[in-house]
Ligand binder design. Structure first.
Ligand code: NAD
Ligand code: IPM
Ligand code: MN
Length: 322
């Protein structure tokens, strides 16, 4: 039996994940679903945002559907989504940006770089160790090469090798592996790449980069498709996988039934692709397009439909025979 863990998390995670969950249940009533409560809300209630048994429970799932968690930017509260990514060794973060005339996959290294967690804070100095390991680089470039091959597309390496020596290391391993694999490849400085991606998105197919550059680039690239409410992601490792919107818990709009659930719903589409149901994944994408074509959309896209009501429209569309 396929087991799916559902983590709503905090803020709008608690609004968009119920919509995504309803859609997944409609397509796969035979899956077993179980909820895991993780995040800031849990910490406020119990003093603990996520326990070791929670992590163990997440590991029993074939796939995890995750909303978003709030992380207060203070010294002594670690991000729970980072903890889960590391605990499950979800090293490849795939963030697709698809629109009229372009189809880009951002492949973000997801376990090291500036997110190593090796930090030191003293009164006079704060240090964060940026780790780029051979193992970490080789496994992410392999993933990017596979994707470039599947799409028969260009592979672009984003880095800052002109300044950061750990990125000379990253770039060189990536270039060597891409050359050996016979994949068409180029490389760009991440700052110039960020603007060029917005100006000429049609020139990109797969973009591979280190952890924090990938984090920033994916929010920037969301501009091409209408904002954060639309971009899903997959966090993939060799044993586990977690699917979540690129956006966060959006406290500014939480609890108002105005969040766009498309990113969460598209994350379900990526989850189904991962589990081998490409038909179900395609049906979700088609119904999102169909509903948007009817002019039904949430406030961030210029409409006035609520989160739940948008979910109702998607469910209605999915129930129609194709
Ligand atoms: P955010 O992505 O939550 O929001 C940024 C802006 O985009 C906000 O104005 C928000 O209203 C808007 N937005 C985001 N998703 C939307 C949607 N579905 N529909 C409509 N508008 C949407 O980023 P933030 O405000 O920088 O962070 C808020 C909290 O979320 C922080 O605590 C941060 O650490 C956390 N966060 C968590 C994750 C995660 O759990 N994966 C990801 C990003 C941020
Ligand atoms: C994301 C988020 C996370 C990240 C934060 C909340 C830890 O911004 O998933 O893009 O930086 O990876
Ligand atoms: Mn981010």
């Amino acid at each position: 039996m396929t087991k799916i863990a559902i983590v709503e998390g905090d803020g709008i995670g608690r609004e968009v994940i119920p919509v995504a969950h309803r859609i997944l249940e409609l397509l796969h009533p035979e899956y077993e679903y179980f909820k895991v409560d993780v995040g800031y809300g849990r910490w406020e209630r119990t003093g603990c945002p996520c326990t070791d048994p929670d992590i163990a429970q997440l590991k029993t799932a074939d796939a995890i559907l995750f909303g978003a968690v709030t992380t207060p930017p203070v010294k002594d509260y670690p991000s729970m989504v980072l903890r889960i990514r590391k605990a499950l060794d979800l090293y490849a973060n795939l963030r697709p940006i698809r629109g009229d005339g372009f189809d880009i996959m951002i492949v973000r290294e997801n376990t090291e770089g500036l997110y190593s967690g090796i930090e030191e804070l003293t009164h006079d100095r704060a240090t964060t160790l940026r780790i780029v390991s051979r193992k970490g680089t080789e496994r992410i470039i392999k993933k990017a090469i596979d994707l470039a091959r599947q799409r028969n597309g260009l592979l672009t390496i984003g880095h800052k090798a002109n300044v950061i020596k750990s990125d000379v290391f990253f770039r060189d391993i990536c270039l060597t592996e891409a050359k050996a694999a016979g994949v068409l490849c180029n490389d760009k400085f991440i700052d110039a790449l960020s603007l060029d991606l917005l100006q000429h998105p049609q020139n990109y197919s797969v973009v591979v980069t280190t952890n924090m550059f990938g984090d920033i680039l994916s929010d920037v690239a969301a501009y091409l498709v209408g904002g954060l409410g639309l971009v899903p992601s997959a966090n993939i490792g060799d044993r586990y996988a977690l699917f979540e919107p690129v956006h966060g818990s959006a406290p500014d709009i939480a609890g108002k039934n105005i969040a766009n659930p498309i990113a969460a719903v598209r994350s379900v589409s990526m989850l189904l692709d991962y589990l081998g149901d490409s038909r179900g994944a395609g049906c979700i994408e088609a119904s999102v397009c169909q509903v948007l074509k009817k002019g039904i959309c949430t406030r961030d896209m210029g409409g006035s439909v609520g989160t739940r009501e948008f979910g109702d429209a998607l469910l209605h569309s999915l129930r129609q025979p194709y």
